[in-house]
Design a protein around this ligand. Structure first.
Ligand SMILES: [Zn+2]
Length: 430
């Protein structure tokens, strides 16, 4: 449930309706849950199904099909009613807005002609909810597996994925459903098993893979493309790899500081980076530290060290700081832009850190969430690269925990374990 404002547009006319949204969309008397951020109730009385567009919060623009002679917005479905056909509507949520009571008696001018509706009507008589399946293997090769998930209609919004563990993908298809009898789960290439779960209005396909794989996804008419990309791991052993470990900041650049100034990011990062280096050396990897002492090194030079030495991995260690002290807590691992291999490495490492850090797991983020161009150290690195923000230096709990030897040695081991999982040299549960 979310508070928002609803903007109706009809043939270019836009009208704002402050509204308390429910979290459901009623279409053709069916209830379709669209997620916690938005809602609109649209009940059909005279039946003129029409395409409409909804843009909602973080999920971007998605398409829905409203067949509405009556459009109702409100915590109950009778608060605001538009007693005419609505050609299209745009819904925008605004979390900053305070609760506004739905306005009553709101109406839009009727559309100039009904002809387009009559043209549409036969097309949309069948429910427009996309049915997914079958899943077709397009190609399989040592470098990866390409699959196509067939769709009978467009998704409500773009397909997404997350990793349940390093080798298990959960692919979400918003608005889709599947017909059990028609669902074919391929076992081919790197795919060992696929199962489907219906989660509200969202179809979730769980792919169990034979090893951690990078993922690229896209939607085109009638299908979702899924590319599973095998990372280049050589012999799959950490012992043969070159790893550059970058202790963030240094010298005249202290990085973030605790509110009293006594704890500095540059000291914590050097301490943790050194422990990571020790653990990697024990595993037989070749390690290059961008700095071993309290010196300043330019951002570009840090990734250049990795590039020059033909490193297999670049790991940059940082400590976060929030604008409001004490407000944020937890660890994040960043990858560059939409790099599927960088995200895979980040997922593998962050999952292991979360098991031992005893701090909240904020997950893995694209660095473009912070800067449009991402982080320089990740942008310039030519090998799989991640930047790990261990916790928040201006959060008392995070700071106290990060200063312990237990935390520093545990996360150093977890990062090494994450690298081994990525390489296929260890299973997450080992
Ligand atoms: Zn930093």
């Amino acid at each position: 449930m979310m508070i928002g404002s609803c903007r109706l547009s009809q043939r270019g006319k836009k009208v704002r309706i402050p509204a308390t949204m429910t979290s459901t969309l009623r279409m053709k008397r069916k209830l379709l849950c669209l997620g916690p951020w938005m809602a609109i109730a649209a009940a059909a009385q005279s039946y003129h199904p029409l395409p409409a567009e909804v843009s909602c919060g973080h999920s971007g623009r998605s398409r829905i099909y409203a067949s509405c002679a009556e459009l109702a917005c409100g915590s109950d479905s009778s608060a605001v009613q538009v007693g005419v056909d609505v050609l299209a509507f745009v819904l925008q949520t605004d979390p900053q807005r305070s609760v506004a009571a739905p306005q009553e008696g709101f109406s839009l001018e009727p559309p100039p002609t009904r002809e387009p509706y009559d043209k549409f009507a036969p097309v949309w008589r069948t429910p427009p909810m996309p049915v997914a399946g079958p899943i077709v293997v397009q190609s399989q090769a040592p470098g990866g597996t390409k699959l196509s998930i067939r769709l009978s209609a467009p998704l409500l919004s773009g397909p997404r994925y997350r990793r349940l563990d390093a080798s298990t993908l959960e692919i979400s298809l918003p608005g889709a459903r599947w017909l059990p009898n028609e669902f074919e789960a391929p076992k081919a290439g790197y795919v060992e098993e696929v199962r489907a779960e219906q989660g509200g209005s969202e179809l979730r396909l769980i792919f169990r893979l034979s090893r951690p794989m990078g993922v690229q996804m896209g939607e085109s008419p009638g299908e979702v493309h899924l590319s599973l990309i095998k990372p280049a791991v050589g012999d799959g052993r950490l012992a043969s790899k070159i790893v550059v470990v970058d202790a963030g900041h240094g010298g005249s650049d202290p990085g973030a500081r605790s509110p009293d100034g006594s704890v500095r990011e540059k000291d914590l990062t050097l301490s943790i980076a050194t422990l990571i280096s020790d653990r990697l050396t024990t595993e037989g990897a070749t390690v290059i530290l961008t700095r071993k002492s309290d010196v300043r090194i330019a951002l570009k030079e840090r990734s250049e060290i990795a590039n020059r030495n033909g490193a297999d991995f670049f790991l940059s260690v940082h400590i976060n700081s929030s604008q409001v002290p004490g407000k944020s807590t937890g660890g994040i691992t960043f990858y560059h832009a939409q790099d599927p291999i960088g995200r895979l490495l980040a997922d593998c490492i962050q999952a292991e850190i979360a098991k031992v850090s005893k701090l909240p797991n904020m997950g893995t983020w694209s660095d473009t969430r912070i800067y449009d161009s991402g982080f320089a150290v990740l942008r310039y690195a030519t090998m799989p690269a991640v930047l790990i923000e261990m916790g928040f230096i201006n959060h008392a709990g995070d700071r106290a925990r990060m200063l312990t030897k237990d935390f520093q040695t545990a996360v150093a081991s977890a990062i090494v374990k994450g690298l081994r999982v990525y390489l296929g040299d260890a299973k997450p549960q080992e």
